[in-house]
Design a protein around this ligand. Structure first.
Ligand SMILES: Cc1ncc(COP(=O)(O)O)c(C=O)c1O
Length: 426
């Protein structure tokens, strides 16, 4: 059945407005609950909505827009490639793939790259590689491989990945679940050590947990995990899909603790905010376990993605983005700390990445984000009254100050209370 509406964006005759439908987007599956701002265009750190209002993007598509919306150098690379060749599948070679993989491997200090598309695909691929490595190299009995993960993890939405999530929204109703995972509390190196046994092939961690609320582990955690993995012949897989590629003030978040994982999982910003590009990056003794026919993706490593990803790698290799994120991040965190005790309970994070625990008495993070968006700042809540900020790294200090002034206005009790009341009636 085709539903038509004479007024785009409004439900037409016969279109139900049941709670299963968003009246603004009746044909879009309701797996998200977006802030009611409808983007029409975007540039740099700013999004302009369909009514011409400008909003400072302080989410950066969950770090996928690290270099800002439509960065001219990345757009130029994409346009150049659109005029050449965009898709061959991996059945043939393209002249873009090997140079991209060589550059990305060098950025990571590794030897090989397995190109994929979305972050979840990179995680799935990393899991498959770790299991295969466990059987072929470590000598784990077939079907017995175990991977240790952290409580509060977020690695994506596929059935295997949600199998080891402890978030009921992500997990409940989607079983049966994939076995082979053991979950231990994040930040607890002793718990992790006792979960490792002779069949453990990998420890899979976000160095800083994003979705959980930008949780930074204790300083000795990742070095202890690294030491354990080396001693027990277990792969350390760092999911840097959100934390990596400049966000925290380093190319990779693990660098803050001097840790080098065996496997990097990358995504989001690798696509320059233009298209999905992800990768598993490791040395030959790990990625070399894959042979033709054992893994693949029609779009993985396509010439357009490779051209864009290569440009992103070249930009990061210059080192200025990391410095910028560190310097502006210090400013952002200093400004945010001013609110602690005045509507904010705690602030966490590194670089241009912040988790902010709002006073739960003031209402939910969602209410706060709605109100903040009315003041021209776009952010996103996570779990209850926690807010996360991940503005594009092109944001300026004065734009951060502008956002912080609006944050302060939104925090004032009268403003926030009004929003909470309005939300109740929505
Ligand atoms: C740490 C981490 N891993 C994996 C993913 C999944 O990436 P994607 O949504 O591209 O599948 C995300 C997405 O937010 C993430 O934050």
């Amino acid at each position: 059945m085709t539903l038509t509406s004479s007024n785009p964006g409004m439900p037409g005759p016969g279109v139900s407005t049941s709670p299963l439908r968003d009246p603004a987007e009746p044909h879009v599956a309701r797996n998200y609950s977006p802030i009611p701002v409808t983007a029409a265009t975007a540039e740099g750190a700013w999004i302009t909505d369909v009514d011409g209002r400008r909003h400072l993007d302080c989410l950066g598509a969950y770090s996928a827009v690290n270099f800002g919306h439509r960065h001219p150098r990345i757009v130029a690379a994409a346009l150049g490639q659109l005029d050449r060749v965009t898709l061959t599948s991996r059945a043939f070679r393209s002249d873009r793939l090997e140079p991209f993989c060589a550059a990305l491997a060098e950025l990571c200090g590794k030897e090989m790259v397995l190109p994929m598309n979305t972050g979840a695909e990179a995680v799935e691929s990393g899991i498959k590689v770790a299991r295969k490595w466990g059987y072929d190299v470590k000598g784990v009995p077939d079907g017995q491989a175990r991977i240790v993960v952290a409580g509060g993890n977020f690695h994506g939405r596929t059935t295997t990945i949600i199998s080891f999530s402890d978030d009921p929204d992500a997990r409940n109703g989607f079983g049966p679940y994939t076995p082979g995972f053991v979950r231990v509390p994040f930040g607890d190196a002793a718990a992790l050590a006792s979960a490792v046994d002779e069949n453990t092939v990998a420890v899979l961690l976000e160095p800083i947990q994003g979705e959980a609320g930008i949780i930074v582990p204790p300083d000795d955690y990742l070095p202890r995990v690294r030491e354990l993995c080396t001693r027990r012949n277990v792969l350390l897989i760092a999911d840097e899909i959100q934390s990596g590629l400049g966000r925290t003030g380093r190319t990779f978040a693990v660098e803050h603790w001097g840790v080098v994982p065996d496997v990097y999982l990358l995504g989001k910003a690798l696509g320059g905010g233009l298209l999905p590009v992800s990768a598993v990056v490791a040395d030959r003794d790990v990625l070399g376990v894959l042979h033709p026919g054992q893994h693949g993706s029609t779009f993985g490593g396509n010439p357009l993605a490779a051209a864009v990803g290569h440009t992103v790698v070249d930009m990061l290799a210059e080192g200025t983005w990391q410095t910028r994120a560190a310097d502006l991040g210090a400013h952002l965190h200093a400004r945010l700390r001013e609110f602690v005790g005045a509507g904010v309970v705690a602030v966490r994070g590194l670089g241009l990445w912040a988790g902010i625990d709002l006073d739960p008495g003031l209402g939910s993070g969602k209410d706060f984000c709605l109100r903040l968006s009315e003041h021209g700042v776009l952010a996103k809540d996570t779990h209850g009254s926690t807010l996360r900020l991940a503005p594009p790294l092109v944001v300026t200090e004065s734009e951060i100050d502008w956002a912080m002034d609006r944050f302060a206005t939104t925090l004032t009790v009268s403003d926030f209370t009004a929003s909470a009341d309005a939300a109740q009636t929505r």
